[in-house]
Design a binder for this molecule. Sequence first.
Ligand code: PMV
Length: 309
Amino acid sequence: MNASASAPGKIILFGEHAVVYGSTALAVPVTQVHVDVEVLDSPRAGIFIHAPGIELHAELNTLPADHPIGSVILKMIQRFDISPLPNLEVNISSTIPVASGLGSGAAVSVALIRALSSFFFHPLTNEQVNDLVFEIEKLHHGTPSGIDNTVITYAKPVYFIKGQPIETFKVGNSFTVVIGDTGIPAPTKESVGDVRLLWLKDKTKFEEIFDEIGQISLIARRSIESGKPELLGDLMNHNHSLLQDMTVSSLELDKLVQAARDEGAMGAKLSGGGRGGNMIALVDQAKAESVASALISAGAKHTIITEIS
Ligand code: PMV
């Protein structure tokens, strides 16, 4: 017996950080990168996990109880009431860079939960998968808004407000985004924690920023739905400057953002938790390659060109 499942990466187009405080955000799946999970019956006793990308080759019982992958497997076995523990091989491969704002953690959880639910013949709805992954995100990321698990579970563009019913939306005209990776791993938990401290010190200032970002997300959604993605460039630039005010950009991110604009991108901003990780640039399709090369020259470790449609 075997079962498999995949989950895409994601980028946040607008609204990161502000979304933690109830403001709106837009996120889209990135299918060029993905996590693939395969679950197989094993001839040997135990549950063996292989995730070569993070150099993990271990039997479940040898992992700490709060291990992000081990704890998902145990949680699912308990939920499906599987006893005694089955003998399994769990193979996890991923092309999503870790801790870089592309949703690798949530994608591993989504693919793993779907592969296990299929292996044990316990179907789960999208809503159930989303709720389970959100629980896991909370264990490892402090106070996540839930945007990562939502966009990755539904694999559709999402207009997200914390705690509100899921709203997916249509893309009127497709558009091209270049993603540039600083190569600097930056745990989201830290930047979210730092923003919280700054917010506690000056709630008026920070709530004004969050509201302004919420307005940007709303206008961006309308522009995308009405087939005018070219309007997103200025909105990205504005959103980036507000993220700088929040202290979550970095020299490396600013350098990549500037390089993309200098090469003719219509707009650019950091994407995700910030401080490191990825930035995104809106480009004419014809300019995508040259903007990607300019990002590499400015220090990006790698780039992805993605069509949002
Ligand atoms: O997981 P990342 O790095 O793409 O960022 C998540 C976005 C934040 O708004 C910074 C945090 C959250 O939980 O929404």
